[in-house]
Design a protein around this ligand. Structure first.
Ligand code: AMP
Length: 550
């Protein structure tokens, strides 16, 4: 038998895919392109990629002076702003790990995350300092807190370990020869917020980050290039703002970083003043923007495309956006997938569709980015046909998908199938063109305004009420929030606790925004074959439930 000859290696150079190469490239090729940010007080800051590169170099020198070493975790607690952008590049550029922390998490989750990551420093926006001051005594590894502010704006603090960002940058040199290291080196860390157990860390590498940025530019329906002004409304504290702070400098798109004011009026004002052409965020934000335009009769002069992900968008929302002459593009992904895994790029498939069918196709979460592969499996792990009808769990493989969780063997063991594919916990159908549509979620979670509510924690709290024999919380679609919790209870025999009674009981036991929007009473919980509450049957039964808040 003749054997296949050995493949021949190409004779090309191999340069590591490092994040520092992005800012060097942007400074060189798109050095004049603006980066604009608005802070919590509404003040604007303007500079260019060229200016940013110089400040990033100064920050990198400052970090080294502070004693930051390769592999160290440096945490950020900050909104979308230019200093946060600088941290993304300087921390990773010197081989340390930029750990973005979500300030909206609960105290216990925050304490767990900082201690688990063993962060040495926290770089925090001044407005978030009360939060830092509240938790810092429980953080075991933090050596100093750097406030993202000018010296004159420093908040009062008794601690010697509270430093000023601008003072730190001081007279540091504004050029740097970035170190070269293996492209597989860790660059950024982000914890999931959704699970009922402890948050789990996704540790992105330089290679995965650069590949994700490149493939997401290509996976952009409404283009992303040097004619664009892009506004990532999606927070930089979660999943690297969907990779846009890396993609925009490569594409040469200007960036507008909106800070913490994300209500419809503030977004609209910024979009108009800064001539934003594209923006990305969760549907709740776009709902707020559309409501504002409806109430004020306002219009969108420059905006041509909105990217929406993190939760499903409704047809009503898509049509409202399109009524302003703005293209809508759906995307899907998870913390574990860098995060964009699919985008609903329009293609010849859509152009062959008409009317209602064409509109409904936009509800789909889309086709995978280059480098991401799908597997669709049933409960037994067997493949499910890709016919657009049969549903199964979506499994993923690719260069931008985690291979394991950070320092969490138990969570890692549960998250992959026998061949190493990542189990997303999302249930959907895939059509013959490879387009995914989510239909359900295996994960017991409710996503409200892009943030997770743990149904199990809600249920456990409700079970503390003496009149409740069984409780299940399920997500009900909500026009503004995407999903809101409905608490379904089976009362104890002879008891009939009212909705007010249950909500009053929960009020002191869960965060205010977790409180169910409604409480429904049933006689018995539907169960699965293994005796668990069948959320699927409950969701089916309450499919048409109207929330009083909707
Ligand atoms: P996270 O890890 O917090 O970014 O959340 C990831 C989860 O959000 C996914 O597993 C989905 O359940 C949900 N999700 C993300 N994007 C979408 C989308 N476009 N439509 C519906 N659900 C989504």
């Amino acid at each position: 038998m003749p054997t296949d000859p050995d493949p021949v290696l190409g004779l090309m150079m191999e340069r590591p895919l490092l994040i520092s190469s992005i800012i060097d490239y942007a400074a060189c090729v798109h050095g004049h392109v603006p980066v604009v940010s608005r802070d919590a007080q509404g003040r604007m800051h303007r500079y260019t990629y060229g200016d940013a590169a110089k400040r990033i170099a100064r920050l990198a020198h400052a970090l080294k002076t502070l004693g930051v070493r390769p592999g160290d975790r440096v945490a950020t607690l900050a909104w979308n702003g230019h200093r946060h952008f600088e941290l993304y590049y300087a921390v990773s550029g010197i081989g340390a790990i930029c750990h973005t922390v979500n300030p909206r998490l609960f105290r216990d989750q925050l304490v767990h995350i900082f201690n688990h990551a063993e962060d040495r420093f926290i770089f925090a926006d001044p407005e978030l300092m009360p939060l830092v001051e509240d938790i810092v005594r429980d953080l075991r590894t933090i050596e100093a807190i750097v406030v993202l502010a000018e010296a004159a704006e420093m908040p009062e603090s008794d601690r010697k370990s509270v430093l000023c960002y601008e003072t730190l940058l001081g007279r540091q040199p504004d050029a740097i020869d970035w170190p070269e290291f293996d492209e597989k080196t860790a660059a950024a860390l982000c914890y999931t917020s959704g699970t009922t157990g402890k948050p789990k860390g996704a540790l992105y590498s330089h290679r995965s980050t650069v590949l994700h940025a490149l493939s997401s530019i290509i996976g952009h329906d409404n283009r992303l290039d040097s004619t664009d002004v892009f506004m990532p409304v999606v927070p930089m504290f979660h999943v690297c703002a969907w990779g846009y702070p890396y993609a925009c400098p490569i594409a040469g798109a200007a960036m507008v970083l909106p800070g913490p004011r994300l209500d419809g009026a503030s977004l609209h004002e910024l979009m108009e003043e800064e001539r934003v052409t594209l923006a990305a965020g969760v549907p709740t934000l776009w709902y707020g923007l559309m409501e504002h335009l409806r109430q004020t009769g306002g219009s969108l002069t420059h905006l041509r495309g909105l990217v929406s992900g993190g939760a499903a968008a409704s047809l009503a929302l898509i049509e409202a956006i399109e009524s302003h002459g703005v293209e809508f593009m759906h995307g899907w992904g998870l913390t574990e997938t860098s995060p964009v895994a699919t985008t609903n790029l329009s293609s010849t498939v859509q152009s062959g569709l008409e009317g209602d069918a064409a509109q409904r196709y936009k509800l789909r979460q889309g086709r995978p980015l280059h480098g991401v592969e799908f597997r669709l499996v049933g409960d037994d792990g067997a493949p499910v046909p890709r016919d657009g009808t049969a549903s199964g769990e979506v499994l993923l493989r690719g260069n931008t998908v985690i291979a394991e969780y950070y320092r969490d063997e138990a969570a890692s063991a549960a998250a992959f199938d026998a061949d190493g594919w990542f189990r997303t916990g999302d249930i959907g159908t895939i059509d013959e063109y490879g387009c995914l549509q989510l239909t359900d979620r295996a994960k017991d979670l409710i996503k409200s305004g892009g943030e997770w509510i743990s149904s199990i924690d809600l249920e456990n709290a409700a079970l503390g009420h003496s009149g409740v024999a069984a409780a299940a919380a399920i997500a009900i679609p909500h026009p503004k929030w995407g999903e809101r919790p409905l608490l379904v209870i089976v009362p104890q025999e002879g008891e009939s606790p009212s909705k007010e009674d249950i909500l009053g009981f929960l009020k002191d036991r869960v965060a205010q925004w977790w409180l169910p929007d409604d409480v429904a009473h049933i006689d018995a919980m539907p169960l699965t074959a293994t005796g668990k509450v069948s959320k699927r049957q409950l969701r089916e039964r309450f499919r048409d439930h109207k929330l009083p808040t909707a």
